[in-house]
Design a protein around this ligand. Structure first.
Ligand code: FMN
Length: 358
């Protein structure tokens, strides 16, 4: 295929295809999916979220999380020579340990979301490791750049700008999500590009912006790049691939979902999220609350006293196929997917779509 799509440069990494497969917890984007993406020239992001044994006490949880992450990184590396990243959430109790583990295992791109990465440059001092915060506004981008400028004399190697149509936890209020057009990537991207300019000038380096949330076709990719994005991040479409690590039942829920089934939930993490309105969510609505046992607080932001369910357990259930007892995160466009394809086919479709787009 004649590839016209530009490469994506993030610090020391150059990806042939400007597609980052977004990190998807819990256990959705592991070695099988990420290596398939990296083998196609994209960047495959391993999730570090929910890998530990949630029935264990603190030390057991941290140890099993770390071991599972090491195992996934090593497996992925044995399957690809391409580019790999690890996704981490600021609200994880053991986030610092997982960041250090990723770096020690040779990961060159750390993607940090759900929390402000104010200490990230202190945790990762290695110059060849690229630091990529996830943002959902120019305000947050500015805060991060101002803080890093003041304390570390350093800039992020890229930002991932996640809009309101994305899957998983979202950096918007429920009220903002009711008006997604007011916060669309088309509105947010120019604001973010404007906010990075003074810092790009000061540091004499480009800060690439990778946009995500609702990117579905090659035409969408073309639109984002023509507006000034350097690449795109995609999650939902990668769930319905043969290589995706999640259970067949999880993938089937996407295939069965209609537009009306996709809803915004209030997560115990304290952020809204997007999910499929399945039996689990309907039972929760009727019962009000499910029993929680929490030997180890895996999330600092989770308020166990008021939480209506354990989100780690709910996500693990659906990941392992017990979808009626689990939460199924998805992006707004999940209902558009009607078949499971190989990662290679998806890349070919996206690149062809890009090439043909005006
Ligand atoms: C099932 C699922 C789980 C996700 N989990 C995470 C996560 O743990 N951390 C994160 O930063 N983003 C997470 N995301 C967001 C994706 O990484 C990606 O940015 C987003 O889904 C892009 O929008 P799209 O799904 O419309 O392509 C998740 C998305 C999905 C669909």
């Amino acid at each position: 295929m004649n590839i016209k799509i530009p490469k994506l440069q993030i610090g020391s990494i150059t990806a042939d295809i400007p597609i980052v497969q977004g990190g998807m917890g819990v256990r959705v984007s592991l070695s099988s999916l990420v290596s398939a993406v990296a083998n196609q020239g994209g960047i495959g992001t391993i999730t570090s979220i929910g890998l530990g044994d949630i029935t264990a006490t603190a030390r057991g949880y941290e140890k099993t999380s770390r071991e599972a992450l090491i195992s996934e990184i090593r497996k992925a590396k044995s399957l690809t020579k391409g580019h790999l990243a690890v996704n981490l959430m600021g609200v994880l109790s053991n986030v610092t340990d997982l960041i250090r583990t990723s770096v020690e295992e040779g990961i060159k791109m750390i993607v940090f979301g759900a929390g402000l990465p104010t200490k990230l440059p202190d945790i990762v001092k290695e110059e060849d490791v690229n630091l990529v915060p996830i943002i959902s506004s120019s305000r947050v981008a500015e805060f991060i750049m101002r803080t890093w400028d003041k304390f570390y004399k350093k800039m992020p190697d890229a930002f991932i700008l996640e809009g309101p149509l994305a899957g998983g936890h979202l950096g918007f209020s429920v009220e903002q999500l009711e008006k997604p057009d007011d916060f669309s990537l088309e509105i947010l991207l120019p604001q973010v590009l404007e906010s990075i300019k003074p810092y790009e000038d000061k540091y004499g380096k480009k800060i690439p912006i990778v946009t995500g949330g609702g990117i579905y076709t090659g035409q969408d990719i073309k639109r984002m790049l023509s507006m000034g994005a350097s690449g795109v991040q995609m999650g939902t479409r990668f769930v319905c691939t043969e290589e995706c690590d999640v259970s067949p039942e999880f993938k089937q829920s996407y295939l069965d979902a209609t537009k009306e089934d996709i809803v915004i939930i209030k997560s115990p993490v304290g952020m809204p999220g997007r999910a499929i309105n399945n039996k689990f969510l309907k039972d929760l609505e009727i019962q009000g609350k499910f029993k929680i046992s929490c030997p180890y607080r895996c999330l600092t932001a989770c308020k166990i006293e008021t939480a209506r369910y354990c989100i780690a357990k709910a996500l693990l259930n659906s990941c392992f196929g017990k979808v009626d007892e689990g939460l199924i995160f998805c992006g707004q466009n999940a209902y558009r997917i009607n078949k499971i394809v190989k990662v290679e086919e998806l890349f070919n479709e996206l690149i062809e779509g890009y090439n043909e787009a005006d």
